[in-house]
Design a protein around this ligand. Structure first.
Ligand code: HEM
Length: 424
């Protein structure tokens, strides 16, 4: 560790501490180019307590890997010193019931059980079927843009595809798509935004209820069918290990997780893909000449583009412990700055270079350990379809230079506008 003398705050029990003067994820300079900040944190504050954000920030790749994997840290929000009080039984709605069965809310043993039972639904074979279903969707959305000389990648394409893809994956009938996409999807994402007021989050929670009602009826109908089928939902319903099966709440919770973990992340991937590939025409040309590099390119786009600020999932300290040389106290919040880890020069040679042939072995782009991303195969399929369709429709596309970020977004470097000249 370089000069931590300035970083140690004697009033903070000898901890390495920092504040918004060093890391402020809402500053335009950081959003435009996070690399200088990540480099400084990696060098001077590898693991440090952020005074204003009230959390430990972990940046180096090796330590991030260990932090994601260690059973010494908990994912249960009830282990946080600032956990909201539990909701009384008689005030619980479908929103709360789904949340308490989620992969992030159950005990480690239940988590292992749920992951085993859900595994077949995320197999390559099921994902190949989903790929066929969503290929049509991608074509429909791009068809609507066929004659446009300029498009906004955010609103015209990227925002529309992820939720609609999840709806097709879950087999939501077209007539109910709005209820699922806007009703459930939009409100679920709003309900998890810590920067919104409690009233706004409560309104969002209430807004999810018609979507949950539909979802539970949809699962019940499929369960009652003579042949539940072997699509995604069918595989979840059928899954069985020694007579043990997923119940309706567990399936509902999993679909909730697909939305909260798999909609905005993929939206950022699409924007990152267009921006990064058009900024690096040699790499884009190479990808089109060598399509076998596609999966590697999707990983490199995520690594290089830096979609996130901190996260993904918070950890909580179960008992006082030393971690990365720092004293962590029971109840404190720990966040891995995953995209700082992806930029760590100790792990990646020339991390600031975009190279789709880069060896990605040992990457933690999709996490590590028990909570490793369940949607990896789906991300690969969606990334491939998106890039192929974009390149096929707009082979001469160029960035116009007009783009806008949502500086206030709580955890993403989210673009709200990305203009492309199609040159058709
Ligand atoms: C570019 C897209 C994505 C990225 C970069 C990404 C990344 C990650 C990472 C890093 C984790 C581990 C979190 C942790 O341990 O703190 C994770 C977990 C998870 N991801 Fe993804 N993800 C993406 C898309 C998706 C999609 C499309 C889905 C589902 C449709 C999904 C579902 C999940 C779920 C359910 C978990 C929690 C798993 C568990 O707790 O066992 N993700 N993801």
């Amino acid at each position: 560790m370089a000069d931590t003398a300035t970083a140690i705050d004697p009033k903070a029990d000898g901890r390495c501490t920092l504040g918004f003067d060093v890391y402020n994820p809402f500053l335009p300079d950081f959003i435009h180019n996070p690399r200088p900040t990540w480099n400084r944190l990696l060098e001077e504050y590898p693991i440090a307590w952020h005074r204003e954000m009230g959390l430990w920030l972990v940046c180096p790749h090796d330590l991030a890997f260990e932090t994601l994997r260690t059973p010494k840290l908990s994912l249960l929000i009830s282990d946080w010193e600032n956990a909201p009080p539990p909701v009384p039984e008689d005030q619980k709605t479908d929103f709360h019931r789904a949340a308490e069965h989620s992969l992030l809310a159950v005990s480690p043993a239940q988590h292992v059980r749920q992951r085993k039972l859900t595994q077949p639904a995320f197999s390559r074979a099921v994902m190949d079927k989903i790929e066929l279903k969503i290929r049509d969707l991608f074509r429909e959305v791009f068809d609507e843009l066929a004659d446009r000389e300029e498009i906004d990648v955010v609103t015209d394409v990227a925002e529309r595809l992820p939720m609609m893809s999840i709806a097709r994956m879950v087999g939501v009938p077209r007539a109910e798509e709005a209820l699922f996409n806007e009703g459930l999807g939009y409100n679920l994402v709003r309900s998890t935004d810590p920067l919104r007021s409690e009233e706004d989050r409560e309104a969002a929670r209430q807004g999810t209820l018609p979507g949950y009602k539909f979802l539970r009826e949809h699962i019940a109908k499929r369960r009652a069918a003579k042949d539940v089928g072997d699509d995604f939902l069918g595989m979840l319903i059928k899954a069985e290990i020694d007579g043990d099966k997923l119940n309706d709440w567990e399936i509902t919770a999993l679909i909730t997780a697909l939305i909260t973990a798999g909609a905005d992340t993929v939206l950022d991937l699409y924007m990152g893909a267009v921006k990064t590939l058009l900024e690096h025409p040699d790499q884009y040309k190479l990808l089109l000449e060598r399509p076998e590099l596609m999966e590697n390119a999707v990983l490199e786009i995520l690594r290089y583009y830096i979609p996130g600020k901190v996260g993904p999932i918070p950890r909580f300290v179960i008992e006082d412990m030393e971690w990365g040389g720092q004293p962590l106290k029971k109840g404190e919040l720990v966040m891995v700055a995953l995209s700082a880890a992806w930029s760590d020069p100790k792990r990646w040679k020339n991390p600031e270079v975009f190279d789709i042939t880069r060896n990605q072995d040992g990457n933690i782009i999709f996490g590590a350990g028990a909570h490793f991303c369940i949607g990896l195969n789906l991300v690969k399929a969606q990334g491939k379809l998106f890039i192929e369709e974009f390149a096929r429709r707009f082979p001469k596309a160029e960035l116009t230079g007009e783009l806008e970020y949502d500086y206030a977004h709580f955890n993403a470097r989210r673009l709200k506008k990305l203009m492309v000249r199609t040159n058709i």
